[in-house]
Design a protein around this ligand. Sequence first.
Ligand code: PBG
Length: 310
Amino acid sequence: MVCETSLSPSDLIWPLFITSGKDIEEPVSSLPGVSRWSVNNIVKRAGDAAELGIPCVALFPNTQPGRRSEDGSEATNPDNLICNAIKAIKDTHGDAIGVLTDVALDPYTSHGQDGLIDDTGYVLNDETVAVLVDQAVNQARAGADIIAPSDMMDGRVDAIRQALEMGEYYNVQIMSYAAKYASAFYGPFRDAVGSGGLLKGDKKSYQMDPANSDEALREVALDISEGADSVMVKPGLPYLDIVRRVRDRFNIPVYAYQVSGEYAMIEAAAAAGAGDREALILETLTAFRRAGCSGILTYHAADAAKLLNG
Ligand code: PBG
């Protein structure tokens, strides 16, 4: 009766990595327990999610090296991995599971940056936004329910919103990665999508400085004014103070991404006998809810849902 916070499978979003081929499960070495799945297997994982009461999966492609290019044009190919996965999931499961897709060019570029770069490697904002718009419409056309721009370019939410309206994708939502920090916790993810070894330099010219908090509120305010339906804070646990500030200031759903490095940290701690794995999973996810999250993207989603369902 005095418990202030609840945690249920319906609060979770499960990120899944896609790879080409058929009947493939490819373990990600830096994320024990996480695999890349071929499209036919992703459909099964999406079915698992629905059965467990998880409302949504988030999809990330590991694009074949030959399909990566300087301009990331594979992102706008209607027949790319992510579109094929969206279509296959929707064909099989329909509205039983939501599909969220990332908008950013890093899984498609030969240099691993989220956008188009100039000769010095600097990411060009406006040129990138034009491509992101096409990428978002490409995903909406394939059947994505939620478009999640993770690129952190200025003005992209407004541009994507307008393009979705023009394309009559009125029911497609935008969850913006509004406060995304230039973090050391993304390493295993870059391994999973295959961009890590390619990335030269860092993403500090467009991702946020971990020392800043007021800036996060300005970014969130901008994205809301541009038409975001919900906003995200990322990474998660080290940034719960940001979640709480956003929650208190704005009347919009706030999500957090418990990112790959956080997942790896929990798994490593458990494997080293430094903590009970199940208890660590449930305690950290409860902490996100206490901080004010409407939902959490977590690689532990399926395991957590099993624990919660008893
Ligand atoms: C791509 C993107 C990243 C993550 C989600 N979308 C990596 C990055 O910004 O380099 C990280 C997720 C994770 O670490 O689990 N823009």
